[in-house]
Structures are given as structure tokens and as C-alpha cells.
Design a protein around this ligand. Structure first.
Ligand code: SDX
Length: 382
């Protein structure tokens, strides 16, 4: 018998492509968008600039950013049919299911779906980035019984998202955390949802089909869904003094603590550091709810790092501190993962467009462990 192939379960440690979009340095706990440290982008950019950078490979000058922002603004409106799908399903289906369906449905309104030039795909990316945010905002509004708010072209991307979600102009305190989360979640190399996007797109299916696969993959609690689960855990803990007992019990029961651990980072996720830093700035004047959640989060962080940080390389990831920050901006838990998708749309599109420049069908192998040459038995003889 020949030598058995090595199996890389979960593609752990396997490189599948070359890219110039994003570097995740898992040992040093550093992250770069197109070579720029994430701290600099988070501090100085808005989401539009980060999305432009990811899609085009360079920071825009003033005129380029203006042009890109106005193209996004021009694509914010949603077709009536999509608004109806959202309002009919809100409250009955998981928001990520509604989002997946609505984004998939967008392809019907694009006459250029099948044109596979880079130029056409960049146009589709702008549509997808703009409209996915509008879809998520409209899902959130519908879940709270509000009807569709038309986008406002005087507002930036994040501001308009909150405006469409809440039906009123946001305060700077609402915009700041949402803008930060939009930037920090925009891209993260070949994570599960980006890889799902690439798998679908590598068959030369169109961009809408590819990102719909990405949304499906993001939904799960081992990936994008972890932000919701982390907040739900904090809610279940209730009083901060219960934190240690709750987490110790969960670990004793071999449960994973959501918002901790990462396939690539064996150090503190730099995004989590930024999010935590923002959360701490809120402590000068927090609401009782944010104060309680922050206390739980900080106690949980300390316990997990003491137990599993240095020894097992399990540190907070992007999803752990996101919940209390979203709560501070009045964003409901059901909307955390859809918002992640709206932000990640830039990264999915950037990766897909890059991959298509030198496309290769993604088709790995599996090691067959069943029997062969079995004798077929007619149905009446079984
Ligand atoms: C995201 O990849 C990306 O880029 C994703 C992302 C992005 O921006 O796109 O960064 C976003 O998805 C962040 C991760 C969100 N998921 C969670 O927070 C869920 C909780 N974390 C885990 O389940 C886990 O850490 C994963 C899924 C994120 C990574 O897991 P791996 O690499 O498959 O490792 P594993 O599950 O096999 O765990 C290895 C060991 C195990 O212990 P042993 O069996 O070896 O003794 O570490 C332990 C695990 O039990 N472990 C944890 C843990 N995570 C890992 N133990 C307790 N709590 C945890 N969170």
C-alpha cells in the first residue's frame, strides 16, 4: 500500500493563495490592511476610506475618496421587493437568514451580473457594500416595528446606517463605536467566510453568489456569530460577581468561551485591544447596563488570560468586547453578526476580485475510507 496522504483538518496551517490585501501576524498580534497597521486605519480613516483601500490597494486622495463615497451613496436605496422580503420575515427568521436571502436577491436587479471584468466587479462591490448596510439597517428597524427609512446622502456610511436603523439622525456617541466596528471588521485575510466566498467564486460563479456563500459561513458561532454568543453569555452571567463561577463551570464542562481563541492569533487580537480601549473610555459616564457588561467582560478577560492566555495562546478575539460597545450605541444583539457581514462585504469583494486575477478552481481532495467494489443487491433482495 502507498503512503497515506497527510490530512490538514480544517485546513489548519495550509496556505491556499497569495494576497496583498491583509496580513495577520498571529504571533505578534498585529494586523495590516494593505500594509497599514490597523491602529492607524482605525484612528485616522472612516469606513469608506478603509473599503477603498481594501478594494483598490492604495489610500485614496481627496478626489478619489469623494468619488468613491458618492458612488456608495448613489447605491444605498433598496428595491421595494427587498424591503418587502425584510418586513415580511423580520421577527420570524434569523436576521442572518434574512440578510443572506436579501443579498442573494440583489443580483436580480443587476444587469451586469455575468460580466466578469475587474471594472464590472468593482462596480458590483460598491453596490454590495452600500446595499448590504441598508439591508442590515432595514432588518434591524423592521424587527423593532419601524418601516423603511430612505437613506440620507448628506450622511457618511456609518451615520447613514444608524439613521436607517433608528429612523433619526445619530449622535456622535452612536456613530463613533459603529464606525470603529465597521473598520475593524472589514477584512481579515482567508478566514472561513472569505474562503467560502473564494470557493464559490473560484467556479466563476458571479460576485453575488460568492458573497452569499460568505454570509452563510459568517453566521456560525465559531466565526462571526461569536459576538452575539459572547454578549448572551454576559447576559446569562447577570451580576459581575458571578463571572468567575460561570466561566469556571463552563470550562469544566469543556465548553468554549465565545470571543476567545483564534486559529491564527496566539496573542491578543489587536482589534480586541482597540475595542476594549474604546469601552474603557466609556467608563467615565457609562449607562448602568454598559457598566455591568464591562465589569463582566473585564473579569472574564482576566480569568481567561490567567488560565489559558500564556499557556494555551487563547486570548480575547474581535468578538469579545464588541457586545458592550454595540449596547452603548443602542444596537440590539440580533444585529451584531449582520453588521459584521455588512462591514466584511468590503473584504469579501476585495479578495474575490484579487483571486479572479489568477483564478484556479478550489477543489481539494479527501481520503476515502469506505469499502469499494461492493456487490449491488436488487431492492427486493435486501
Ligand atoms: C472570528 O479567522 C478569522 O480571521 C476569523 C475572525 C475574522 O475576523 O474573520 O477573526 C473572526 O471568527 C473570531 C473567532 C470567533 N469564534 C469564537 O470566539 C468561538 C470561540 N473560539 C473557539 O471555538 C476557537 O478558538 C476557534 C474556533 C476560534 C479556533 O479554534 P481552532 O483553531 O479550530 O482550535 P480548537 O477549537 O481545536 O481549539 C484548540 C484548543 C482546544 O483545547 P484542547 O482540545 O487542545 O485541549 O484550544 C481550546 C480548545 O478546547 N480552546 C478554547 C477556546 N478556543 C480554543 N477553550 C475554551 N474557550 C475557547 N474559546
Amino acid at each position: 500500500m502507498g503512503e497515506l496522504p497527510e490530512i490538514h483538518k480544517g485546513l489548519d496551517g495550509v496556505y491556499v493563495s497569495e494576497s496583498t490585501i491583509c496580513k495577520v501576524d498571529g504571533t505578534a498580534g498585529r494586523l495590516y490592511y494593505r500594509g497599514y497597521p490597523i491602529d492607524d486605519i482605525a484612528k485616522n480613516s472612516n469606513y469608506e476610506e478603509a473599503a477603498y483601500l481594501l478594494l483598490n490597494g492604495k489610500l485614496p486622495n481627496g478626489a478619489e475618496l469623494e468619488d468613491f463615497s458618492s458612488k456608495l451613496k448613489a447605491e444605498r436605496e433598496l428595491p421595494d421587493k427587498i424591503i418587502n422580503i425584510i418586513t415580511e420575515s423580520a421577527g420570524k427568521s434569523d436576521p442572518m437568514d434574512i440578510l443572506r436571502t436579501a443579498v442573494s436577491y440583489l443580483s436580480i436587479y443587476d444587469n451586469d451580473t455575468k460580466t466578469q471584468t475587474k471594472e464590472a466587479n468593482l462596480k458590483k462591490a460598491i453596490k454590495l457594500i452600500a446595499k448590504t448596510s441598508s439591508i442590515v439597517a432595514t432588518i434591524g428597524a423592521a424587527m423593532e416595528g419601524r418601516s423603511y427609512t430612505k437613506p440620507d446622502s448628506s450622511l457618511g456610511h456609518s451615520e447613514n446606517f444608524i439613521y436607517m436603523l433608528k429612523g433619526k439622525k445619530p449622535t456622535p456617541d452612536e456613530v463613533k463605536p459603529v464606525e470603529m466596528m465597521f473598520i475593524l471588521q472589514a477584512e481579515h485575510s482567508t478566514n472561513a467566510s472569505t474562503f467560502a466566498t473564494l470557493v464559490a467564486g473560484s467556479t466563476l460563479a458571479d460576485l453575488y453568489s460568492a458573497v452569499t456563500a460568505g454570509i452563510s459561513a459568517l453566521k456560525g458561532p465559531l466565526h462571526g456569530g461569536a459576538d452575539e454568543e459572547a454578549l448572551r453569555m454576559m447576559e446569562a452571567i447577570g451580576d459581575p460577581s458571578n463571572t468567575e463561577a460561570y466561566i469556571n463551570d463552563a470550562l469544566a464542562g469543556k465548553k468554549k468561551i465565545m470571543g476567545f481563541g483564534h486559529r491564527v492569533y496566539k496573542a491578543y487580537d489587536p482589534r480586541a485591544k482597540i475595542i476594549k480601549g474604546y469601552l474603557l473610555t466609556l467608563q467615565q459616564n457609562p449607562s448602568a447596563e454598559v457598566k455591568r457588561l464591562t465589569e463582566i467582560a473585564l473579569r472574564g478577560e482576566k480569568l481567561m488570560i490567567d488560565k489559558l492566555g500564556q499557556t494555551h495562546g487563547i486570548w480575547p478575539n474581535v468578538d469579545f468586547f464588541a457586545g458592550p460597545v454595540y449596547v452603548s450605541a443602542g444596537i440590539k444583539v440580533d444585529l451584531f453578526t449582520p453588521l459584521f457581514a455588512a462591514s466584511r462585504m468590503a473584504g469579501w469583494c476585495a479578495h474575490m476580485i484579487e483571486y479572479w486575477e489568477d483564478n484556479k478552481l478550489i477543489r481539494p481532495l479527501e481520503l476515502y475510507k469506505g469499502e469499494i467494489d461492493k456487490k449491488y443487491v436488487p431492492i427486493n433482495d435486501r
